[in-house]
Design a protein around this ligand. Structure first.
Ligand code: SAH
Length: 250
């Protein structure tokens, strides 16, 4: 509810899905249509395409996430309805929590609404087949905000729990060997033949996927636009696609 008596705009944090407009929710599209200003990392603003070209757009370079959130509060204080866009889901390695945290520093803040989007684990799984169709977990290999020791601990715990795993941020310019390191850790517990797959540029031009073994994944070339899937002990290839059965007797 709007705070009575002030003309602050609202902030809507929007997960725009993997890229294609058809993979955005209607709710997200409506919120963008209604926004006075759209804030986001420039790559995501570009992904929005022609439909929102006429809108005021504000951006900051990568790694200036806090600044981007502050921008939203400043614009909302002017009475504008602000849409902040994130790829996938804003609450999964996105800006949703940071927006709340930054809001704590603004007296009166602004009304914040979070609109979910299709996260890369879901959209990438659909490309591969059904690799996450049982208990699974999501682990990011980015150690920018998380100590690498904790990432290792979570990888080992996921392997010990026989979870299927979706890996985000498998690589970057500075972290080109992180997937290799992660596979080595998993192979302490998981067999080298474990079914894996990866999808690049989900929902965008050049989308491609591959299935492989864990040992092959170790040496795969992946980039920051790739999401990686590690099967559980029951995962297998069916007709060229990666599946993790739920266990139905057929
Ligand atoms: N909030 C996003 C995740 C951001 S973290 C979401 O919910 O999807 C960035 C990582 O997400 C990338 O390194 C990659 O692993 C994954 N990712 C996001 N969009 C992707 C896409 N279109 N194709 C492949 N991977 C993607």
């Amino acid at each position: 509810m709007d705070t009575a008596g002030d003309n602050r705009g609202r902030i809507t944090v929007i997960g725009i899905g993997p890229g294609a407009e058809s993979m955005m929710t209607l709710q997200a599209l409506r919120a963008l249509d209604q926004a006075d200003v759209i804030v986001g990392y420039s790559v995501y603003l570009d992904l929005l395409g022609e439909r929102f070209r006429g809108k005021e757009m504000l951006s900051t370079p990568m790694k200036q996430e806090a600044e981007r959130c502050r921008m939203c509060f400043e614009e909302a204080a002017k009475g504008k309805n602000v849409a902040m866009v994130c790829s996938g889901d804003a609450g999964i390695y996105g800006m949703a929590s940071l927006m709340f945290e930054i809001g704590e520093g603004y007296a009166g803040g602004a009304e914040i609404e979070i609109l979910p989007g299709i996260t890369a684990a879901s959209s990438g799984a659909a490309v591969l087949g059904a690799p996450l169709n049982h208990d699974f977990c999501v682990i990011s290999l980015s150690d920018l905000l998380t100590p690498w020791e904790l990432i290792e601990k979570r990888l080992r715990a996921a392997a010990a729990g026989d979870f299927a795993i979706a890996i985000y941020n498998p690589s970057s310019k500075k972290r080109h060997d992180y997937l290799k390191k992660a596979c080595d850790i998993l192979m302490e517990i998981v067999e080298a033949e474990r079914v894996c797959g990866y999808v690049r540029s989900i929902g965008r031009d050049g989308e491609e996927y591959r299935t492989c073994s864990l040992a092959e994944l170790r040496d795969a070339e992946v980039d920051m636009f790739t999401t990686v899937f590690i099967g559980n002990s029951q995962s297998r290839i069916s007709g060229g696609r990666m599946i993790t059965p739920r266990g139905y007797v057929i």
